[in-house]
Design a protein around this ligand. Structure first.
Ligand SMILES: [Zn+2]
Length: 225
C-alpha cells in the first residue's frame, strides 16, 4: 500500500538524500561514503540522517551495507525528480535559460512548488517525455521509461549511436552544448584509443570530435538500428 503524500512538504535536505540514493541505487544499497561524496556532507551527518529517514519509513538502512529506498521513499524521490525535470524544461523553453543553467535553478525550485503547480506545468508544457538533458521524466504515477542507454565510452569503434542523455553538471553541459552534442544527435564512433580511452566520433556532417573518457562516460547513447 502506498501512503498518502505527506501533509507538509519534506525538507529540501531530506529530498536531496532521497534523490541521491535513488540516483546511485541501480546496483542495490548505497554506501554512506557514496552519499557523503554525492552531497558533500560529512559521513557522520549522513549516518544520522539515514537513521532519521529510516524512522520516517523512507529508507532501509544497515550500518555496514548502506541505504536503500522503501517503496514510499522511492515514490517521494520520483515525485521530486518529476518536478525537477519539468521545471528544467520550462526554464529552457520559456524563460530563456541556457541548458547548462537550468539544473541549478531547478534544484532550488523543486523544493518550493506544490504538486498542483507541477501538474499544471506538465499540462502547459504538453507532457514532455524527457528533460533538456535527455533524461526521462517520471510519469505522475511514478513510472519511468526504461533506460537502456550506455556510456559513449563503452561503444566500440564502428558503431552508430544516438545521444540519449547527458550528465547535468555545468562545465560538461557547456562543453557539449558548444559542440551541439545534445540528445538526438547521431554519431559514428571512429576510434577508441586503447592507451588513454580517447574516443573520436564523427557527426552526420562529417565533422569529427575527440574527447577523453571523463566526457565519454557522461554522454549516454543508444545504438542506431
Ligand atoms: Zn537537473
Amino acid at each position: 500500500m502506498i501512503n498518502p503524500a505527506p501533509a507538509r512538504p519534506l525538507s529540501s535536505s531530506i529530498g536531496d538524500y532521497l534523490k541521491a540514493i535513488w540516483t546511485s541505487s541501480e546496483t542495490g544499497a548505497v554506501s554512506t561514503k557514496e552519499i557523503s561524496q554525492t552531497l558533500s556532507v560529512a559521513p557522520a551527518s549522513v549516518t544520522n540522517m539515514l537513521v532519521r529517514l529510516q524512522e520516517m519509513g523512507l529508507v532501509r538502512y544497515e550500518r555496514y551495507r548502506g541505504a536503500a529506498l522503501t517503496e514510499e521513499g522511492r515514490a517521494e524521490a520520483l515525485r521530486l525528480i518529476r518536478r525537477h525535470r519539468l521545471i528544467e524544461t520550462f526554464l529552457l523553453e520559456h524563460l530563456g535559460y541556457s541548458w547548462q543553467h537550468v539544473h541549478e535553478e531547478a534544484e532550488r525550485l523543486e523544493h518550493t512548488v506544490s504538486d498542483e503547480f507541477t501538474e499544471r506545468l506538465a499540462e502547459f508544457l504538453g507532457h514532455p517525455g524527457h528533460d533538456p538533458h535527455g533524461a526521462p521524466i517520471p510519469a505522475v504515477d511514478g513510472t519511468l521509461e526504461p533506460d537502456d542507454s550506455f556510456p559513449l565510452s563503452d561503444a566500440g569503434a564502428g558503431r552508430r549511436v544516438r545521444i540519449y542523455k547527458v550528465g547535468d553538471d555545468d562545465s560538461m553541459l557547456e562543453y557539449l552544448g558548444e559542440r551541439g552534442l545534445v540528445p538526438g544527435r547521431t554519431l559514428t564512433v571512429k576510434e577508441v584509443r586503447e592507451l588513454d580511452g580517447v574516443i573520436t566520433v564523427e557527426d552526420e556532417g562529417g565533422e569529427t570530435y575527440s574527447f577523453g573518457s571523463p566526457v565519454a562516460r557522461r554522454v549516454f547513447v543508444r545504438p542506431v538500428p
